[in-house]
Design a protein around this ligand. Structure first.
Ligand SMILES: [Zn+2]
Length: 953
């Protein structure tokens, strides 16, 4: 009592004496998580199990499992814990089901009824109304998809406790009206990296420059084990976590979804910003987002908490955990709290107030609870609109201009099957045609023009009819292009024009693009596909994924028999690339036909790989058969070396031995983690061995034991700083002795810096390009002394940003999206000569079919993703294997947003893949990431060629 009276007096004193000190330490007042009782005493509180109060420490996965397990064990009437699958690092993912006892007692029947509501073809309207009137709505609350957004993880435990333990009337209302599904962690592996590191170094220092606010490269918990951003992966479900979550999601068919993130400057909740995916019924979505937004706002206003709506968080790219559920008929929302994560236990804002982990947890807790209350209050309306969404989707599919997608297995049936797998995993109905059929108004994806044609399709073609409840998602994933909102586009163009008028030192306005603007899966996978305006009946068999973790409808590969002379591996499929790599790694002897090969009575294209029986041990027969099955590759046995015609047979001089690739991949600062991750995952998937190395490690390694070094995408200037001049000379010397240096995107820009000069290519619009042009123009004049090349400019944002904004790089907005890179512009460059960064569009590239770098690509053009301002002038001394046609008659733009009078104009004649011969070796540049997010499969072999065929480059 005494102390209580003295303390305020003391504090008042302190305030007078050191007002600035006190102000600078002002933190949000502690929030009481146990104010919404009465609570059932038998249910343990998280702190009883953890031994600390929520927000005082970061909870690891195993401790969280103990909390959830203890609560579930004490509240079997309300709680069920379902295991939904293991992560790459063997952590079990959980779905906690919480509802009123009477609902828990009949969960299976509720689930079945909601599934019927989700497919209006199967029930009458009366039946639908009965379900709407009597069944609870399903709400999916998911936490910590970005593992280092830690407030979300802690908030989840408090929400579970509140729902399991409280007898507060509002909580009981929630339980009666809803089945609440809680994903305890969407990215357990990333979260574990973050908390293990954070807990081991943190002292709770709020200073933004303190070490505890800087996650090391190898930790970066945002991404999963393979360094994939799981909040982009719903597009093609490449990752195991996404697959588990999609399967669970489609079993329950939720009507409301919240994905909990962190940590911008203030809390964010919807309504979302423009653009919104036009496949969504915007009026219905807008109505609900506003309703939830207003409800959250009233709760936040009552607490006097800051927040914002719209601004940057859009709903366009269909691979987020808000847009993807929305396209399934739920109201999908992203919530971003303001603390935790890289802000740690405490963080000093730019006005010197403190945001704590605990206060950030409180905000997620309140927003989660308010969302549940709002849904409970509007349960019937939400269920009815959900049913209506699914019903009108079918209707639109029957009557809209787009009726059907057709995907052909083609030369790489495995790749087409992988695309179909993506659709099946997303709950989209796909059938396989039992007979040939015809469309009278078909549109080819690859066509340079929009005119419909009559097209005959073979039996075996995959059919996606849009008259299905998942029509909106199917169309969003498959359509060649998704149009952007016009007002949004007009605003970006206005900013572009204003930026053009700004002086060279003035900061530029940022654009509103949050992610790529084109992703059409048939183009990304590089499969032959069509959409049709008609959908005549065709006998077909509906497809389903076989059970099992990695199940696929992909056909197994095979060998046509036991060869006496040679096996031929046509290099048409990604499976063939895997087979070739694996045989080389097992030291089998392989050779490649550098010209059209004649064998076994027919012609095979260049790039066909020959496995001569005479050069290999007897084990080759069994091994190649087994690996063909595993990789899906088709292998042909040949029993005579005699070429019926042409110059090239199995024994010809132009069939050249391949080298076993011995690969190093740089895994360190300054590599872009998602580029490294996509590469890691791709190589793993195809069974290609590699050694990850830091740059320091590389400098000390016996490099001549390796013949390939891959530099993934990363900051060019930081690459230069990390290698230094000695490092660059080391790379050059190693390449000259016969190594193949593969540089991706930012690393390719590094190679093209004048001071690095690993290629004769230069960036379009760069200072270096200008200088070289001037030098050429002034041919007769003496050469000016070269000045050190300027490191690429940093984005204006980072230069001017406060520490807090700088770290905003690691919020959803800035960092999830691979950075949209600024042009490396010459300050003196004239307007219109510098490419403006493209947010992610699909462009048509032209293939040079005379170089081994394009083996396996026997077509003229190829759709590629452009997601930067990195346009490369063709190499003067090397081979420009893939370029953008300088011929104005060919349209370069295929899909997505590009800058008028800039992108296409400056991209013309630029190179996409360059081979720069260097002594006895090569430097190979990829202008963009050929393994983009693991789903850009059209360029997989284009990338593999750089290390599989190094012997013939
Ligand atoms: Zn996030």
């Amino acid at each position: 009592m005494k102390r209580a009276r003295i303390l305020p007096i003391l504090l008042a004193f302190v305030c007078v004496l050191w007002p600035s000190v006190v102000r600078s330490q002002r933190a949000d007042p502690p929030f009481d998580f146990y104010a919404r009782g009465p609570y059932r005493e038998s249910i343990p509180r998280p702190r009883q199990i953890l031994g600390y109060d929520v927000g005082d420490f970061h909870t690891n996965y195993a401790m969280m499992e103990r909390v959830i397990g203890a609560i579930a064990a004490a509240a079997p009437d309300r709680v069920r814990v379902l295991d939904i699958g293991l992560t790459n690092e063997h952590r079990m993912m959980h779905l906690v089901v919480i509802s009123a006892p009477e609902n828990i007692a009949q969960l299976e029947r509720i689930k079945a009824d909601i599934a019927r509501l989700a497919d209006p073809r199967k029930i009458s309207r009366e039946e639908a109304e009965r379900i709407i009137a009597t069944r609870p709505a399903i709400v999916w609350l998911a936490y910590t998809i970005h593992g280092n957004e830690s407030a979300s993880f802690e908030a989840m435990m408090q929400v579970v406790y509140q729902l399991a333990a409280s007898n507060e009337p509002a909580t009981l209302d929630i339980l009666r009206n809803l089945v609440v599904l809680i994903v305890t962690g969407e990215n357990p592996d990333g979260h574990e990296r973050f908390v293990t590191w954070y807990n081991s170094v943190a002292i709770g220092d709020p200073e933004p420059t303190a070490a505890e606010h800087r996650e090391p490269w190898s930790v970066w918990g945002r991404v999963n084990h393979y360094r994939f951003d799981l909040n982009r992966d719903n597009l093609a479900s490449t990752q195991i976590e996404t697959r588990h979550l999609q399967r669970a999601y489609l079993e329950w068919n939720p009507q409301v979804v919240v994905d909990h993130h962190g940590q911008p400057s203030q809390f964010f909740f919807p309504p979302a910003a423009l653009p919104i995916n036009p496949n969504l019924p915007t009026e219905q979505v807008g109505k609900w987002l506003t309703m939830f937004g207003r409800a959250n706002a009233s709760a936040f206003d009552a607490q006097r908490w800051d927040y914002y709506v719209r601004d940057v968080f859009d709903l366009f790219y269909p691979g987020y955990w808000d847009s993807w559920p929305s396209l399934n008929g739920a109201i999908g929302m992203t919530y971003e709290t303001d603390g935790g994560g890289w802000k740690g236990l405490r963080w000093k804002r730019d006005d010197e107030t403190i945001v704590t982990l605990r206060s950030a947890i409180a905000k997620h807790f309140i927003a989660s609870m308010m969302t549940l209350e709002t849904t409970a209050r509007h349960r019937e309306a939400r269920l009815r609109d959900y049913y209506e969404f699914r019903r009108s989707a079918i209707e639109e599919g029957k009557t809209g201009p787009m009726r059907r997608f057709v995907i052909l297995p083609g030369n790489d049936p495995g790749r087409a099957a992988e695309l179909v797998d993506v659709l099946l995993r997303a709950g989209i109905e796909v059938a396989r045609a039992d007979e040939p059929f015809r469309a009278t108004r078909a549109h080819a994806y690859a066509a340079d023009g929009d005119a419909p044609m009559t097209k005959q399709f073979p039996a075996g073609a995959y059919i996606v009819d849009l008259a299905q409840p998942q029509k909106r998602l199917a169309k969003a994933l498959l359509e060649p292009e998704t149009p952007l909102d016009r007002a949004f586009v007009a605003e970006q163009l206005a900013r572009f024009r204003r930026n053009e008028r700004r002086g060279k030192n003035a900061p530029k306005e940022e654009y509103g693009f949050y992610d790529i603007t084109a992703w059409s899966l048939p183009l990304a996978f590089g499969v032959e596909a069509y959409w049709t305006e008609d959908a005549a009946p065709v006998a077909s068999t509906p497809l389903a994924l076989p059970r099992g973790e990695e199940s696929s409808i992909a056909p197994a590969g095979s060998v046509t028999g036991r060869a006496s002379v040679a096996y031929l591996i046509p290099y048409e499929s990604n499976g063939a690339a895997s087979l070739i790599a694996r045989l080389l790694q097992e030291d089998y002897k392989l050779a490649v036909a550098t010209r059209t090969l004649n064998a076994g009575g027919r012609d095979w294209p260049r790039g066909t790989v020959v496995v001569r029986v005479s050069r290999n041990p007897d084990s080759i027969h069994e091994r190649i058969a087994q690996l063909a099955r595993e990789t899906g590759a088709q292998v042909y046995a040949v029993n005579s070396g005699f070429a019926e015609n042409g110059d090239t047979g199995i024994g010809s001089e132009t069939v050249v031995s391949l080298k076993r690739p011995r690969i190093v991949v740089i895994a360190d600062e300054p590599v872009n983690q998602t580029s490294y991750g996509a590469l890691w995952w791709t190589l793993d998937r195809y069974g290609v061995e590699f050694t990850p190395m830091t740059i320091d490690g590389l400098k000390r390694a016996e490099l001549d034991r390796y013949n390939v070094i891959i530099l993934p995408d990363g900051s060019p200037s930081r690459y230069f700083a990390a290698f230094g001049r000695d490092g660059v000379e080391m790379l050059r010397g190693w390449a000259q002795r016969g190594g193949t240096l593969v540089c991706i995107k930012g690393a390719a820009v590094f190679a093209a810096l004048k001071d690095v000069n690993l290629t004769s290519s230069r960036l379009v619009g760069s200072e270096e390009e200008e200088r070289e042009e001037e030098e050429e123009e002034a041919e007769e004049k003496p050469q000016p002394t070269p000045t050190p090349a300027e490191a690429p400019k940093k984005p204006a944002k980072t230069q001017t940003a406060s520490a807090e904004q700088g770290r905003a790089e690691q919020t959803e907005k800035m960092e999830g999206a691979p950075p949209i890179l600024p042009p490396i512009a010459s300050p003196s460059a004239k307007p219109g000569r510098v490419p403006e960064a493209v947010p992610g569009a699909i462009m048509r590239a032209t293939i040079d079919r005379t170089t081994p770098l394009t083996y396996g690509y026997e077509m003229d053009t190829l759709p590629v993703l452009i997601e930067s301002a990195y346009f490369f002038r063709p190499s003067k001394g090397g081979v420009n294997a893939v370029i953008f046609s300088p011929d104005e008659k060919q349209r370069l733009h295929v899909a997505g947003f590009i800058w008028p009078d800039n992108t296409e104009k400056l991209l013309r004649g630029a190179a996409y893949v360059i081979d720069e011969p260097t002594g006895r070796g090569h430097v190979i540049l990829y202008a963009e990431d050929p393994n983009f997010r693991g789903f850009w499969r059209a360029t997989t072999r284009l990338f593999f060629n750089s290390f599989l065929f190094q012997a013939v480059l």
